[in-house]
Design a protein around this ligand. Structure first.
Ligand code: AMP
Ligand code: MG
Length: 335
């Protein structure tokens, strides 16, 4: 499976712009959640805070990983339900709600389908139609119940994959850890999940590059933000090729096949990290029309940068003034 190395372009761009001056800073790079991660922290106690944020992410990886021995999620999947930690139960419960909010486009119960494709192995392949159809019968967010710390599956052979929400959640928890340590300026880059804490040390906004879905070495736009998540989902991030076709890792729960909505990259900008991550995946699946309806009707505010197959870009009005996309056709989405 080709794994496009995670984009550190965003980080590079921002760091070059950040200019440390006399500010104390510390940076940690590590590998967790199948992703190259980098946390850069400014101010007093930067190193200690960065190390604590990294430890927070690693402990959440140990909780939410589908494959990690002893993870809460793996235990519950292998046992067909059972008790998990309180934090795990809370995020599963939230993920089910976010799934319902997206009309099922974001669906943590796709694990049997993802396994049929072999996406968690080094050797993914197009599944046999009968095997895929069988896997599809073992999904459905309505068939999972969370009660206290107990997770119950209504059907045999079900399983949960938190891969589309755990990184966002972890980035948010890492940001909280930094803030508790008194940090007011930091940048957390977990692959396509960027989390900014406060503004840059000089008080200006962070400039986050959104990778071009058409060229891994380039970015399609830059968005200037402070103290929020910027999460991107795209089929170009993980995929394999078979018989001349490309199959990527984001599944349409209605078909069991890689989503093909016309959206090639979906970025959510929002203060709520779990929402940003879940919705980036959902918008990629649901396509631009449904995504705009969700954006207009949803009771919580978030912003979107949607790249369509033809290279044009849609940007919601809240961040329109903060998006730079030279040479790109940008259309503003208004209320
Ligand atoms: P992300 O990179 O946040 O879009 O998450 C993609 C990952 O989430 C995939 O690698 C799968 O493990 C899982 N996944 C795939 N399709 C979906 C979906 N429709 N809803 C929720 N999780 C999904
Ligand atoms: Mg996601």
């Amino acid at each position: 499976m080709k794994r496009i190395a995670v984009l550190l372009l965003a980080a590079a761009l921002m760091l070059s712009a950040a200019g440390c001056g006399r500010e104390k800073s510390a940076s940690v790079q590590f590998f967790s959640m199948d992703t190259i991660m980098e946390i850069t922290v400014y101010g007093k106690g930067a190193q200690k805070a960065a190390d604590a944020a990294r430890a927070e992410i690693e402990s959440l990886d140990a909780m939410f990983s589908v494959s990690g021995t002893g993870s809460d999620i793996r235990k519950v999947n292998e046992s067909g339900g059972g008790a998990v930690s309180e934090e795990c139960a809370l995020l599963v419960s939230r993920a089910l709600e976010l799934g319902a909010d997206t009309g099922g486009a974001f669906d943590i119960t796709l694990l049997p389908v993802i396994d049929a494709w072999g996406f968690h192995t080094d050797d993914p392949a197009v599944p046999d139609p009968a095997a895929l159809a069988d896997a599809m019968t073992r999904t459905g967010i309505g068939a999972v119940t969370v009660s206290g710390d107990m997770i119950t599956f209504a059907k045999d052979g079900m399983g949960i994959d938190m891969g589309a929400v755990a990184k966002g959640y972890a980035a948010g928890k890492a940001a909280e850890t930094l803030k508790k340590a008194g940090i007011t300026s930091a940048l957390i880059t977990l692959g396509g999940n960027v989390r900014t804490v406060g503004a840059k040390p000089d008080g200006s906004r962070w400039r986050v590059a959104v990778q071009s879905p058409f060229d891994g070495d380039d970015y399609i736009c830059v968005v200037s933000v402070e103290d929020c998540a910027v999460v991107t989902s795209g089929g170009y991030q993980r995929y394999f090729e078979q018989d001349g076709n490309t199959y990527h890792h984001i599944i349409d729960p209605e078909t069991g096949y890689p989503a093909d909505s016309g959206v090639v990259s979906a970025t959510i900008v929002c203060g709520d990290d779990a929402l940003a991550d879940a919705f980036s995946t959902a918008v990629y699946v649901m396509g631009a029309e449904r995504a705009q309806r969700l954006w207009r009707e949803y009771d919580r505010s978030f912003d979107m940068i949607i790249v369509l197959r033809d290279g044009s870009v849609l940007v919601t009005e809240g961040i329109m003034p903060f998006v730079e996309a030279p040479g790109v056709a940008v259309t503003e989405i208004k209320r």
